[in-house]
Design a protein. Structure first.
Length: 273
């Protein structure tokens, strides 16, 4: 028996990275997990990871996964995704808004006026707007049954500079979605939170390692997923609704560690005084 037995979850952008880790953890906890992405098979993208691989790893571990090809920049695709979940499961318990587009043009060393204007659209379309759209549809399903959890994968970039001006605006907007959506959702038993990971050993970060990305104190790909499981299994999760919580804070609240027994650094340690 797992803490999420009988639950239905959706993770957007689960081909790799934090999304994949969340999908693996929720499936291991007993949930049926729908996972979306645009990379269907290995080799279709520069980085390792695909929908097929995520689904295979979950199924080989005894979990239940439904991979769904979805472009979260296309509202028709997203509408069909939620219709599929409604038709097949009749409810949705957990939504993890993880989908995010990192452009190859992103260069943190350049001032924003020397970067392409399209960076704004890249990070606020597949990131902030896509999270709002998914939250819109998920809220309808959750409110109708009086329960649910929505998680926005954000970062400390919401309050300090990371990567690019548009990145920070997008993450701050995600946290605002969590804060402002919490009030109307609360009376319907639906919680919404933002989670701030620190450095995560994702496929992209490992590719950039070798001195450029410090990995001391970094968290595993699945550490954030442990926090999502803990929140989803908490009968009093509404006490956290509207908040932005770091992965380290969640591990201390719920008493778990990373896969190697450690507790990674807290994202708040990097905040400017």
């Amino acid at each position: 028996m797992g803490p999420l037995d009988g639950r239905v979850a959706l993770v957007t952008g689960g081909s790799r990275g934090i999304g994949k880790g969340c999908a693996l953890e929720m499936a291991a906890a007993g949930a049926t997990v729908y996972v979306t992405g645009r990379t269907l098979e290995e080799g279709e993208a520069p980085l390792p990871g695909s929908l097929a691989r995520t689904a295979r790893e979950i199924q080989e571990a005894g979990g239940q996964c439904v991979p769904v090809a979805c472009d979260h920049g296309d509202d028709k695709d997203v509408t069909q995704l939620f219709e599929k979940i409604q038709d097949e499961q009749h409810h949705l318990d957990v939504l993890v808004n993880n989908a995010f587009y990192v452009s190859g043009d992103l260069n943190p060393k350049l001032p924003f006026w020397e970067t392409p204007l399209g960076l704004w659209d890249d990070m606020l379309d597949i990131g902030t707007r896509s999270a709002y759209v998914a939250t819109h549809f998920a809220a309808r399903m959750m409110v109708s049954v009086g329960r649910g959890l929505i998680v926005n994968i954000s970062s400390a970039g919401a309050v300090r500079f990371y990567h690019h001006l548009a990145y920070g605006v997008g993450k701050a907007a995600l946290d605002r979605i969590s804060k402002d959506a919490a009030r109307p959702l609360h009376e319907h038993g639906v919680a919404i939170v933002s989670i701030w990971p620190w450095v995560v050993k994702t496929e992209r970060v490992l590719e950039l390692a070798g001195g450029r990305v410090p990995l001391e104190g970094a968290e595993s790909q699945r550490f954030c997923g442990k926090g999502v499981v803990a929140l989803a299994a908490d009968p009093e999760v509404l006490r956290h609704s509207g908040q932005a919580l770091t992965t380290r804070e969640l591990s201390e609240i719920y008493g778990y560690t990373d896969r190697d027994g450690s507790r990674p650094r807290d994202a708040r340690e990097d905040l400017d005084p």
